[in-house]
Design a protein around this ligand. Structure first.
Ligand SMILES: [Zn+2]
Length: 280
């Protein structure tokens, strides 16, 4: 890690990946080779249900890849909003087709500069889950807090401000909560966990002047980052209509909106990666 890189915000995936360890990069390459082979036998066009692809960032050098991925999803099914997805899960009708409800976690500036323009070009909407305590931070004044956002450190990310969030909502995007401080809910007592769920919801509603109905659990691992049924029930009591996790898989009718599965993606991945994950 050079001193220079820690001083300037990361705007490309190339620089972001350079901040990862050699071991992490080696693992990624091995995994990529395995998925390329396995994807050959997969047929996502035969699957039905709702997929919730989930991203963190669309860096400047990931815009083309993200556009290509949206194009691939559009060839398989239809884009739906977070509200539509919850209505379909809880409604009485079978879910026969293939639907994509795109989601983003954390609250990075590149959502406004890169992700939203590409989504609008593709005629797609998405739900964006923000960490309210980081919205409106500045890379100059809040440098230490920002460098600590990733537990592995040394990555300086720019976050959205509330004007960005308002513009995104006005463009038809959903703004949901991802807590105030990007916490592991399971590490908190109930009072502190509830304060994270309620405080972030209230802040988003006050800033946007519209309801915040959807919650996405930071880190998202059942039994490690949240407990069932404790935290989904806490979200429901706080007034949320959904609780999104990091567990992979499709959702069908009758699937609980308080245990939504999602498929983590990187915007630069090839279509074969999506083909693999959308059929497993
Ligand atoms: Zn997160």
């Amino acid at each position: 890690m050079t001193q220079e890189r820690t001083l300037s915000p990361v705007r490309t995936y190339r620089d972001f990946a350079a901040g990862q360890s050699v071991l992490a990069r080696t693992r990624e390459l091995a995994r990529d080779a395995a998925i390329r082979t396995l994807a050959a036998g997969r047929s996502p066009e035969k699957e039905t249900g709702i997929r919730f692809p989930y991203y963190h960032h669309v860096f400047d050098d990931e815009r083309d890849g993200f556009a290509r991925q949206l194009n691939y999803m559009a060839s398989l099914g239809d884009f739906i909003s977070m509200d539509d997805a919850v209505a379909m899960l809880t409604g009485g009708e079978p879910i026969d087709g293939r639907y994509f409800c795109i989601t983003f976690d954390d609250g990075f500036k590149n959502w406004a500069t890169n992700a939203v323009p590409v989504l609008l070009d593709a005629g797609a909407m998405a739900a964006f889950f923000v960490v309210t305590g980081f919205i409106g931070t500045s890379v100059e004044d809040d440098r230490d807090a920002l460098l600590g956002f990733y537990e592995q450190g040394d990555v300086l990310m720019e976050f959205l401000d509330w004007d960005d969030c308002r513009s995104m909502a006005e463009a038809g995007m959903t703004i949901g909560s991802h807590t105030i401080n990007h916490v592991h809910l399971l590490a908190l007592d109930d009072g502190a966990a509830e304060a994270e769920l309620k405080g972030s919801k209230e802040r988003i509603e006050a800033e946007l002047g519209r309801p915040c109905d959807h919650f996405c659990c930071p880190f998202g691992r059942e039994g490690i980052d949240y407990a069932v049924p404790r935290h989904p029930e806490m979200a429901e009591r706080a007034g949320y209509k959904s609780f999104l996790t990091g567990r992979r898989g499709a959702m069908g009718r009758g699937g609980s909106p308080y245990r939504i599965r999602r498929d983590h993606l990187l915007a630069g991945w090839g279509d074969y990666q999506l083909k693999y994950f959308f059929s497993s």
